[in-house]
Write a protein that binds this ligand. Sequence first.
Ligand SMILES: Cc1cc2nc3c(=O)[nH]c(=O)nc-3n(C[C@H](O)[C@H](O)[C@H](O)COP(=O)(O)OP(=O)(O)OC[C@H]3O[C@@H](n4cnc5c(N)ncnc54)[C@H](O)[C@@H]3O)c2cc1C
Length: 341
Amino acid sequence: MLLPIFEDIPLADLNTLRLPARAERYAEIHSPEQLIKLIERGDLATQRVFILGGGSNIVLKGDLNAFVLHMRIPGHMLATELDDAWIVRAGAGENWHEFVRWTLDQGWGGLENLSLIPGTVGAAPIQNIGAYGVELADRFFALEAVDLRSGRIISFDKDACQFAYRDSLFKQQGAAGRFVITAVSFRLPKDWQPVTSYADVASYLEQNGIDAPTPRDISDAVIAIRSRKLPDPAKLPNAGSFFKNPVVTQAQFDALVRDWPQLANNPQPDGTVKLSAGWLIERAGWKGRNLGPVGMYEKQALVLVNHGDGKGEDVLRLAAEVTAAVEGMFGVRLEQEPVLV
Ligand SMILES: Cc1cc2nc3c(=O)[nH]c(=O)nc-3n(C[C@H](O)[C@H](O)[C@H](O)COP(=O)(O)OP(=O)(O)OC[C@H]3O[C@@H](n4cnc5c(N)ncnc54)[C@H](O)[C@@H]3O)c2cc1C
């Protein structure tokens, strides 16, 4: 079947910040074969390509002079059962949270701490999504991607993906935008152990009298905590955490903590110290403060929200103000988490 290609398509409903922008060309991709056909026909050769998932981690600056490929590849399955793990596989277009809940319905733990993260399975490896003590990399097995240069399907194992904190090969120059992820598989250990290191998760379990939590209990805890703390993009448009938590050296931390004894921090195994971007933004006076139609969320300073008709330029202006305020006060430079498009 011929793949329908559309022109001048509005993207406001396809990004969770609800930023207005139009795509010059647009197609929904339902299988790797459709994508390969587009490459073979030369449809992607003359124009910049932008790969769109759920639009929950992007900032659209304005109209996109690009061919937007909207990833809708469906399906999830048990790929293999090993002695010590289940290997599960899902299409890039699957909704991440629904996939997590499906694994829990089968009785397979491992992804529960990553419940309720918006977006698609295919985008999850891009920034190595993480929450409540677990990162995608901890459960990752392999992925398949179409190389837009060669039109070939390539498999990537964990090492090849170069996962790091909110980072992977797929964000690096040369690879970003080149590989279209079509399917991802995960290794869910049979010897499942709960991860309850986050205080919020531990206190939810305690308050609910749960001593020996199941994967589903942890998922329910994470859903309850996230629903309380984070704005629902359907009601208040946002892209989740707008800045990464900055990582500083021990010496930088020692100097900062002399002036700011309350400085929220998380020592890392490599000797560096991760600071809380939300804490820094709040102390710099930006929690609950607006700049035009956009602002930093009143309940969580790390989340940038669009109160109505904010545009990409409004978001960038606010991000620059917040970055300057934090740098002026602490000498720490914040780095934006969502991809600027
Ligand atoms: C309320 C809220 C809470 C959030 N909480 C968290 C959290 O706790 N932890 C966390 O890590 N993130 C969080 N996020 C960010 C976001 O949900 C994740 O980054 C998610 O993985 C993005 O998925 P997406 O499908 O929406 O990607 P998009 O926003 O559509 O795309 C993001 C990037 O991935 C690329 N991309 C998308 N699909 C593919 C593909 N198939 N192949 C290649 N490239 C692709 C895009 O080109 C773009 O560069 C949150 C966002 C919101 C709105």
